[in-house]
Design a protein. Structure first.
Lengths: 572, 107
């Protein structure tokens, strides 16, 4: 075993004893195993013909089981993106034993298996339950898995740990009798710092932590009615500040209004964003306030004792007292330019001296965004045990994170990652692309998305070129449902079916961050071969126009779309 | 997204209940795993009759998600006209080692 600073490993505790995941109590365990047995019986009844597919479909969806183009697909919840190394190893085992040796991480911080057999799914769910995992609330018209900032508990700019409130929301929403059959699915994202790393403004409800400068109280700015899909909207601000102890009550009021007024006559108009914008934000927000005023506040008051109890699950690991500068880290950067390059893109400042947050790219050049082989998952689990308290996070950008790595350990970590094909120095760069599964897997898609991402990454394979371009986020969707977040890509790509052929529209100027914006379609689409050249034209235009140190989105904001449009279409 | 079949020559696609495998209705009302072997139904009556059998197979817990698709007859057998259905017949283009395309031809 390599040298490790892990206190758990040195004291014979489980290596992930300090991983910040919610650990089930007896109530949780009983519930989840009962749910598995309930689904096992439902599957048996379906196979025997005692229930029809029409009856079974909503049941399987409530347990994360879809039917896709080539096979069933099981979507497993990764609550707010947090995993222990034990859980990661179990996911690797499930992929190897029941699937085809890999999993796919999604933009909702979940993982999907693309090839399970129906008759195996109860066994898979049982294996998940053994490690405090499940597939509930990953489908259906319910409150889905709450997503959050992948740097929570480690970021220097954090005001409140979003995992605590994400878990409270999970417990509030699971089997909530009013909110199990909403007009449509409902997605909540939380970021615990003023800097949005969870794309909150394109969620049904988005929460951004805020501190009241006068009282010192911590709470959230609440946004409502955002979303992507065929009708994208940025969320509107419902309240500038809701104290943390009132957040459940306020969200209950929002959900009640939506549940009552959301459209059930048209699936394409059933999301809360449509309700808000058809009614007008002012009227909708007024109804929320009326409902909130009616609610028995005390019933929904978040009990500090509950907060404290949940907080213990996310307690900070036993960080060591380290010097601010690691001599070995600095020396390694000097000695190995490839490592130095990785540190420039894949490390984020940690709030504790001597540590760093490491992003593990699941976007090797030419690879499938978000895919990880079983062996890679096991490598990540091992490295998490050695270097990051046995904890792994999933990002909504389809990467993984080790949040608490000693600077002293970074070089060894990167060498091991690189050996496993996980050390690409491209976080936030042009090849760090979000792509939906597209027509390679998805029954709803119109076009492929993954091979477009692969070919763009290959076109820009030169990492020196990528680093020179700086931050540039490309997001690709294979249909208007926008699972690849194309509306908020600096360069968004939307696949459309044009008389049976794949065509791709380019959107420019989207942003999923604190300055959230929806991209605009720049002009007519391009065919499967032409889209890669078109992206390169956009990028080359940026290079000609940029000022020193300027990133793509800033140049675009300064120049407008006209020069890019001219470059793309003038030659036609 | 599923494209509505409108042509005069159609086949019938489905997924097998137990494992989700894509299958097509073949000659003699046998479900086949190779789209090239899918039976081609010519004209509205023949298509309706095939769909009627396939729906009954749904009720017998053999298949799910039955639908018709436009096809053409080629030297290599039945070929879906739409890209979605052609991909369903081979597997993910980004993983040539998976799906039907990865299988050894049967002797």
């Amino acid at each position: 075993m390599p040298d490790t600073h892990s206190p758990a490993l040195r004291s014979n505790q489980p290596a992930d004893a300090h991983a910040a995941v919610y650990r089930y109590d007896e109530f949780d365990k009983t519930f989840i195993f009962e749910r598995v047995e309930q689904f096992r019986a439902q599957v048996e009844r379906r196979i025997k013909g005692e229930i029809t597919e029409e009856e079974f479909k909503p049941i399987r969806l409530m347990n994360g089981l879809y039917l896709q183009l080539h096979a069933y697909m099981l979507r497993v919840a990764v609550p707010y993106g947090m995993l222990s190394s034990t859980q990661v190893r179990r996911l690797a085992r499930i992929a190897r034993v029941y699937d085809k040796g890999y999993g796919h991480f999604t933009t909702r911080q979940n993982i999907q298996f693309n090839w399970p057999k129906l008759e195996d799914v109860p066994a898979i769910l049982h294996e998940l339950a053994e490690v405090d995992m499940h597939a509930i609330q990953t489908s259906g018209n319910c409150i889905r898995n709450v997503t959050t900032d992948q740097f929570c508990g480690a970021a220097a700019d954090e005001l409140v740990d979003p995992r605590v409130y994400a878990e409270i929301l999970r417990q509030w929403s699971t089997l909530h009798p009013e909110f199990t059959y909403l007009p449509r699915k409902f997605k909540i994202a939380i970021t615990g710092s003023p800097n949005d790393r969870a794309a909150v403004q394109v969620h049904d409800i988005g929460l951004i932590a805020k501190k009241d400068e006068v009282t010192g109280r911590v709470g959230f700015t609440v946004y409502v009615g955002g979303g992507q899909g065929r009708t994208p909207y940025l969320a509107v601000k419902a309240r500038d500040f809701v104290p943390v102890e009132e957040i459940i009550g306020y969200l209950e009021a929002i959900l009640r209004v939506y549940n009552q007024l959301g459209r059930r006559d048209n699936i394409y108009k059933a999301r809360i964003k449509i309700t808000v914008n058809e009614m007008g934000p002012a009227k909708f927000l007024g109804l929320i306030e009326e409902e909130y005023a009616r609610l028995p506040r005390q019933k929904f008051h978040v009990d500090p004792a509950i907060v404290d109890a949940i907080q213990t699950h996310f307690a900070a690991p036993p960080w060591a007292d380290l010097p601010a500068v690691s001599e070995s880290f600095e020396a390694a950067k000097q000695a190995d330019p490839a490592f130095a390059r990785w540190t420039r893109t894949n490390l984020t400042a940690h709030k504790t001296q001597g540590y760093a947050i490491a992003t593990i790219s699941l976007k090797p050049i030419g690879g499938i965004p978000g895919d990880a082989e079983s062996s890679q998952l096991e490598t990540v689990a091992d490295l998490a045990d050695l270097y990051s308290f046995g904890e792994v996070r999933v990002t909504h950008e389809q990467n993984l994170v080790l949040a608490h790595v000693r600077q002293d350990d970074l070089y060894a970590l990167w060498q091991a990652l690189d050996k496993a094909g996980l050390g690409t120095a491209n976080a936030g760069l042009i090849s760090d692309i979000i792509a939906c599964p597209g027509l390679d897997y998805c029954a709803l898609a119109n076009t492929r998305a993954i091979p477009v991402a692969q070919r763009i990454a290959e076109r820009f394979a030169d990492l020196d070129r990528q680093h020179d371009l700086g931050e540039l986020k490309i997001k690709i969707s294979g249909c208007i449902n926008a699972c690849g977040h194309h509306h908020v890509g600096h360069i968004g790509i939307l696949g459309v079916d044009k008389k049976g052929e794949e065509f791709f529209q380019i959107l420019l100027g989207g942003d999923a961050g604190t300055n959230a914006a929806l991209g605009e379609i720049v002009g007519p689409g391009f065919d499967y071969d032409g889209i890669i050249d078109a992206v390169e034209v956009v990028v080359n235009t940026f290079v000609k126009l940029r000022q020193p140190g300027e990133i793509f989105i800033k140049t675009l904001a300064r120049t407008g779309h006209a020069p890019f449009k001219e470059a793309l279409y003038a030659r036609a | 997204m599923l494209v509505k079949a409108k042509g005069t020559q159609q086949s019938v696609a489905a997924s097998r209940l137990l494992d989700g495998e894509a299958v097509w209705l073949g000659t003699g009302n046998i479900w086949v795993e190779d789209v090239a072997l899918a039976a081609v139904f010519d004209g509205a009556d023949a298509i309706a009759e095939a769909l009627c059998f396939a729906k009954a197979e749904e009720k017998r817990q053999v298949v799910v998600d039955v639908y018709p698709l436009d096809v053409e007859i080629t030297d290599q057998g039945t070929r879906p006209t739409h890209l979605r259905e052609r991909l369903k017949g081979i597997g993910p283009t980004v993983r040539r080692d998976l799906g039907k395309q990865a299988r050894q031809p049967t002797a």
